[in-house]
Design a protein around this ligand. Sequence first.
Ligand code: AFP
Length: 346
Amino acid sequence: MKTKLYTPSDSTIAYSVGTTLDRFIKIKQNEFSFASGELSQILRDIALAAKIVNRETNRAGLANIGGAFGQTNVQGEEQQKLDVIANIRFTRALTKGGEVCAVVSEEDDEVIDLQNGSGKYVVAIDPLDGSSNIDVNISIGTIFSIYRRVTPIGSPIQPEDIMQSGNQQVAAGYVLYGSSTMLVYTTGHGVNGFTYEPSLGEFFLSHPNMCAPKDGDIYSINEGTSNLFEPGLKIYIEKCKERQFSARYIGSLVADFHRNLLKGGIYIYPATSKSPKGKLRLLYEANALAFIAEQAGGMATDGFGRILDIQPTSLHQRTPLYIGSPDMVVEAENYLKASQEKVAEK
Ligand code: AFP
């Protein structure tokens, strides 16, 4: 039998569609420290749930799934119907995938034991962040962190499996439901972004090896509460204005973070005199984005120290967040520290 060697062609009538997320995960699997395919499966489970949530989000205005659910979550925030739907979708996908033993979610006050006896991983997730933006058709997101459990597989979940600092993450990512839907993740070997192609139902590699600009000229902060800011932060914001930086704030963390990651900028959700720990949650918001920021060459602090080194003490713990281009984060931090030193001297 005659054979001929296949040579990939750059055909203009059947052009290559690119690298799917699935294929990329498979190619990269040997980069994981524990390359047995379980982590790849979790990423695939998350991608599947993200596709479903993307579908629900796009139909929200038509399918009576917009608006409030009628209950508040553990944060005391009103749950939107899509918050609840997304929570069910991600938890179900992770349960069926079989690799995850426990989930910490913004929408559940307690840790969810998935009863997957052989599950080696723990996932912390904000299934739908920025959900107050759903009804006004503005970008929203999903944020996730993946950890290996530290106690023996098959034994009951222990606090130390859950209360791991961000520097123990084995993977983290976010999904941005925006003008297009993107999934961005890291396993500690750089950051890659995938754009969803709805007609094929696949995420395709669109942003390989994402890098945060070292410096930037965008600052993202809710200035409506500026009278409650620490003096050092007030000075930093004034410096941004003096340099005529652009103020950009969507009020959807994933969207604000993603823009600044691509363009160069800083996102700040600070401590205020009213909320000394800020608003954002360490376990399922700050840690994941901090891991991604650092992997892209950016930086993430609480204004004084690295987010990834904070030892969590409670499930829904909050933290101030300064994240983005490293030069901007360092400068903001310097103003905060200088003003605190002045107070201490008095
Ligand atoms: P919601 O999920 O309640 O919309 O909160 C979104 C969020 O956690 C984060 O995505 C935003 O950056 C931040 O809160 C906005 O908070 P402010 O409205 O206080 O600026």
